[in-house]
Design a protein around this ligand. Structure first.
Ligand code: PYL
Ligand code: MG
Length: 265
């Protein structure tokens, strides 16, 4: 998995506010409302403990501080433990955290100790970015393009198939693509068919993965992928809306996926 850099997390709150406005404009709803509807959960003022983890390539400057800023922006109380790793875990439990958040290089989890629910960043990021794309108010059909079938793209494609969308997918690895066709029932995107899309989920760690041939009159590109897959000139030439942000949207999705069910309230 690509590691965020401290630079990716610069001006996080500006990026967060800008994307909240774009999401409201292109879907008609706030990111919180979208997540509440997607997971049918609501928060109960959970207390969030965030633990810096030194495993693998170690601590990323700004990462746990960014998580705390996101948790507080969301309206929950939280803290980053002074200790790292197991000592940090012990500290979080002693400080009565209800939710534990921590990440190594393979997995970023949020664990609700009250209801035992656990969320991964890659699954929740795939779900929320595909959900945003699927709610585009200017969509011209139920056709949606998923670029990249890694852990995020696969999770997003699975979510869209469940919601009844016609999912077209592409990935440079033909085995990965064939497996998604088998397991999910996605259709292979054929460049030469010149099919154009008004909704695109881009989940790759590459740039310039989106070509003008893919884009319909109006199009929403929903992408957690860093760097951005939409070339500057294509974005300028066509009427493209874009939701792209490094961490906040995925973390809000993780939180809602582990909150208490609100269906029996
Ligand atoms: C969660 C992000 C989203 C994209 N890539 C993922 C990533 O950068 N993972 C590595 C996170 C390492 C955090 C480090 C720390 O500061 O605690 N262990
Ligand atoms: Mg990308």
């Amino acid at each position: 998995m690509t590691r965020l850099t401290p630079n990716d997390l610069e001006n996080l709150l500006d990026k967060l506010h800008r994307n909240e406005e774009i999401i409201k404009r292109v879907t008609g709803k706030s990111i919180k409302k979208i997540c509440e509807e997607t997971f049918s959960t609501s928060h109960n003022s959970e207390f969030v403990g965030i633990i810096p983890i030194t495993a693998g390539d170690g601590i990323i400057g700004n990462f746990t501080a960014s998580l705390l800023a996101i948790v507080e922006h969301f309206g929950l109380k939280g803290f980053v433990t002074e200790n790292y790793d197991i000592s940090g875990y012990h500290e979080a439990i002693k400080k009565k955290a209800d939710i534990i958040m921590m990440a190594d290089d393979q997995m970023f989890v949020a664990h609700n100790l009250r209801n035992r629910k656990i969320a991964t960043n890659h699954e929740c990021t795939g779900i929320v970015y595909s959900e945003i794309a699927a709610r585009y108010v200017y969509a011209n059909s139920k056709d949606i393009l998923v670029i990249g079938l890694g852990r995020v793209g696969f999770s997003g494609a699975a979510h869209l198939i469940k919601k009844g969308f016609n999912v077209y997918a592409c990935d440079p690895n033909s085995k990965v693509l064939d497996s998604a066709v088998q397991k999910l029932g996605v259709q292979k995107y054929e460049k030469n068919k010149n099919k154009k899309f008004s909704m695109i989920l881009e989940a790759t760690p590459c740039e310039k993965t989106i070509s003008s041939g893919m884009i319909a009159e109006r199009c929403l590109v929903s992408t957690p992928g860093i760097p951005c897959g939409l070339p500057e000139k294509v974005g300028r030439k066509y009427d493209v809306d874009m939701v792209m942000e490094p961490l906040y949207i995925g973390v809000v999705s993780m939180l809602y996926s582990i909150f208490e069910d609100n269906r029996n309230l």
